[in-house]
Each structure stands twice: as C-alpha cells, then as structure tokens.
Design a protein around this ligand. Sequence first.
Ligand SMILES: [Zn+2]
Length: 403
Amino acid sequence: MDKKGLTEKIKSHLQVLCSEIGERRVGSKENRKATDYAKKVLGEFGWRTEVTELSVIDWTTNGATLSCNDLSFEVFSAHYSLGCSAKGELLAIDTVSKLEQAEINDKIVLLYGEIAEQQIAPKKFPFWNPEEHQHLISLLEKGKPQAIITATERNAAFAGGVYPFPMFEDGDFDIPSVYMKDTEGEKLLSCAGQTVELISKAKRIPETAFNVIGRKSNETKNRIAVTAHIDTKIDTPGAIDNATGVAILLMLAEILKDYSQKYPIELVVLNGEDYYCTPGQVKYVEQNTDKFDDILLNINIDGAGYKEGFSCFSAFNLPENLAKILREILDNSPEIAEGLLWYGDHSLFLQNGCSAIAVSSQWLIENMECQEITHTPKDNLGIINYDRVAECAIGIAELIKKM
Ligand SMILES: [Zn+2]
C-alpha cells in the first residue's frame, strides 16, 4: 500500500471515530460503538479478538446552579460526582492547614486559591496517588460537608486544556461537588458565612465498557504489545487524544495482516486512559500479573498526528538492539523525531519492567504544560495532519519488521 492509499484509509477510520461516533467517554454507548468498530476491523484482517468486559459507571448531568440571596454563580457538576440539592452555610478555605482546623460538618465548602491548584488524584487511581492528595480527601470525608465547590484556574499540566477544571473527577468520592472559574470563586467569597443553595443534577449510571485485543499467534512469549486508548474525556471528540492512535493501530492490523510474525504481535485497544480509575489498564495489568516478562516491547500511541510539527517516537528502557533499530527508523523518516520522555499508558509497562516506545506529536509533548487542546472540543478532526498519522503507522510497521 502506498502512503496515499494509507492516508485515505486512516481518514476513513478517523471519520468513523470522531465524526460518526464522536465523544467516547467510558460507559457511554458511543464508547461501546467504538470498541465494536475496532473489533470488526481487527476481525476483517484476520486477527482473533479477545473482548474483556469492564464494570464502569457512566455519568450525566442536567446542570448545576448556585445561589446566595439574589446572587447566582456559574457552576458545573464535577464529572462523576453524585448530584445534590443542598442548602447551608458557605465556608471558604484556601489552604490545607485551614481545612485541618475548620469545622466543616454540614457546611457547603468552597475550596479556592492554593488548595485548589491541582486536580486531585482519584481515590482508586492505581498509577499515581500522592500522599497530600489522600490527606485532602480524608480530611473532607471525615469532615462531612454537604457539598464542595471548587474554584480553579488554568492548569494544563493537570487538566489538559480544560478551564475551569473539576478539582475532583472521581466516581469513588461520594461528597457531591461542583466546580467554577477562579474569577467566579472570588465573587463568591462575598457570600462566605451566609446561606447558599447548591443544586447539581448529576447522576451515576452502572454500565459496561470493553478492552479489545487482536492476536494472530497463540504464542505469547517475546511478544510486541501495541497499545492505544480508545476512550475520550467528556465533551470532546478526542481526535489526537486518541482517535489517531486507534486509527494507527487499526492500520497496523491491515499492514501486518500477512506478516509472518517473528515475534507475536498483540494489538491492544485499551479503555480508560481518560477515565478516573483507568479500568481497562487495570484489567490488562491484572491479566498479565507475573507475565510481563513475556512482553518484549510495548509500543504505545497517544497524541499522534497533530497538524503542527513532526511526530515523535520516545524510547524508554530500550536494549541496545532495539535502540539501534529505532535509530535506523528515525534516520529514514525525516518527519519522525526522537521524543522527550512523557507519561502515558506505556508507563504501566515500564512499571512492570518492560521496554517501550511511545508515539506522539512533538508539538504536543513539548507543550504539554501549556496547550489548551486535549480534553476540549478543540481536539477535533480539524487539527489532524493525516500524513503525520500515516507516517507513524509506516514507521511502527517498519520497526516491527526490522525486529
Ligand atoms: Zn490520551
């Protein structure tokens, strides 16, 4: 297949994922449509598929309102939070030490300023959970406020391009919460000590989602696991995060369909990278407990194909022979650069002692802390350079064939 033909096929996968399906939050029927599509395409090219069911929650809201006397404030239901209809005294808190001292029982607590600088790791997030976050959660749970309002500023490092961002995005944290802009929070400070009324029409719904894995061989020793997450955050079609990754994986299914595999290949569509407790990743780790030694290399794709700049392949823990092959691919591909190190689904392979190559866009990795695209409606088909996506698929296929 020439590059032009390949680009056309990638376009059609992306059309399905971002345009026909769109937002693919875990637990939604669109998310299940997307995994069905991946399964169908893998099957068409002769890959045997294994589908693993994940118990998850879907989440919806009909909006939130906050008022104090005749003033009203713009608030949003925090994603995956329970809803509430609360009325109580507003207590404003801006540092952890104040929270440690405050009597918050039955109050409606506004967290703003220093204490609200970061998004708090979800209680059951398995890969990263700082002690200060656990401490904050436990202060709140012990204190038992009726509800929490968080006022947050821009923080791309934690929340992608989302402003304001929900400080809590956690289906296991049961104090209802809403979020607002820092500027709105400053206005709300004038109501501290007064009675406020907070309504959030949010709802958790038990649902299912699926991981899909394609294999050709029954052999698992020395395998290459290619991974891409298929889910999106709420309210984004997730083009570079991560429909392009899935499109590349599906393209590899086609390019490698007749490849006589020296090393067994596993094409893994993971579900949950952008969901609060990463259920698909946790399940995959569980399924491979004590078996990570069998994985020769993980190739994880996330954030590929951005319109500006080149693609990048980042090397993690590569043994000499693989590093040499990667070097050859980079030398032969002017549009692929060696990338910086970053955090993603490859990290779970690294934590389990594997080598990995992470595929993304150089612009995105270099601007991770200040970009305002991922996790927002701006991450749509309009920001994709389809040639970049095709080059990544070709680069990965070449790399696998050289191994
Ligand atoms: Zn992603």
